[in-house]
Design a protein around this ligand. Structure first.
Ligand code: HSE
Length: 297
């Protein structure tokens, strides 16, 4: 389309869905960031909104700045942030994905979605040191994605109720990755493979019960749950309130429950109460699997 200015809406995302570590990701209908990109004579980053003071604005330290530099473009990028920082909801991925998507449109670059995901993943490496695409891929493509090296498969299930509860706890992706075991036993790999395979069937059939059960995983969640105060109580409360499954969103600390759309309110209140009982403030998003980046202005 070619333009000097674009405004893009980019969704929060949730990676892993339990057993699909660094492989599965979903786009969430909310929260989302708005990214403005304008042609300029220098590369510049401006951040506003939630947690804006913590977002690095030096282009080489910013995930979106890295993407623009990598694509060889000088633009002014304004990030209107609403996705909470270090939450496990893809806050570092959203600007990287949004800028890759916007530049492709602005400069008529004709890149495939897979190529844009690769470019955005390079930007996200600034935040987590590892080039994982399970947040940037759904942020660009929407729906549920499977990242298999260079190949990205996306599905678009509808009416999947999702509750994401973000506790007021800081967990950095770097730390949450560092505590994981370097190796898994064959039994654990077998269990996680079965869960991941069932998850794909659950998503294809839009079967909320199967999706929830398929979030069960070995080792990843067990290790990371130690970083989330109240984890067990929150998990149990969500299930008691009707969730078909609960897992840690990405590297945490947000906890994600899957349910029927109509059960979201009850589950959100139960999870918030459980965090509160554990002395942790939290904030719930009643959401669903949604669209990827889109131009809004
Ligand atoms: N797959 C990544 C991880 C996502 O779990 O570390 C980080 O948001």
């Amino acid at each position: 389309m070619g333009a000097d200015y674009l405004e893009v809406k980019v969704p929060a995302t949730s990676a892993n869905l339990g057993a699909g570590f660094d492989v599965f990701g979903i786009a969430l209908d909310k929260p989302y960031d708005i990214i403005e990109v304008e042609k300029s004579d220098m590369l510049e980053i401006i951040a506003t909104g939630r947690d804006a003071q913590f977002i690095p604005t030096e282009p080489e330290k910013n995930t979106a700045g890295r993407v623009a530099a990598g694509m060889g473009k000088k633009v002014r990028i304004t990030i209107h942030r609403d996705i909470p920082l270090s939450s496990g909801l893809g806050s570092s991925a959203a600007p990287a994905a949004g800028v890759a998507f916007a530049l492709n449109e602005m400069y008529d670059m004709g890149m495939s979605q897979e190529k844009l995901v690769r470019l955005a993943a390079k930007g996200e490496k600034v935040a987590s040191r590892v080039e994982h695409a399970d947040n940037v891929a759904p942020a660009i493509m929407g729906g549920f994605v499977i990242v298999h090296r260079q190949r990205i498969i996306s599905l678009t299930p509808e009416n999947i109720g999702v509750v994401a509860v973000h506790p007021d706890i800081i967990v950095s992706t770097r730390r949450a990755r560092a505590i994981l075991p370097k190796k898994l036993s064959l039994r654990d790999i077998s269990f996680n493979t079965a869960s991941a395979a069932s998850m794909v069937v659950g998503i294809m059939k839009e079967d909320i019960s199967l999706i929830g059960k398929s979030m069960e995983n070995r080792k990843i969640e067990e290790c990371r749950s130690k970083l989330i105060k109240g984890y067990r109580h929150v998990r149990k409360s969500a299930v008691n309130a009707g969730a078909s499954g609960v897992t840690i969103s990405g590297s945490g600390p947000t906890m994600l429950a899957v349910c029927d759309m109509g059960q979201r309110e009850d589950i959100a209140r139960a999870m918030e109460k459980a965090f509160s009982d554990s002395g942790v403030k939290s904030e719930a998003y009643l959401t669903t699997i949604g669209k990827g980046a889109e131009i809004i202005g």
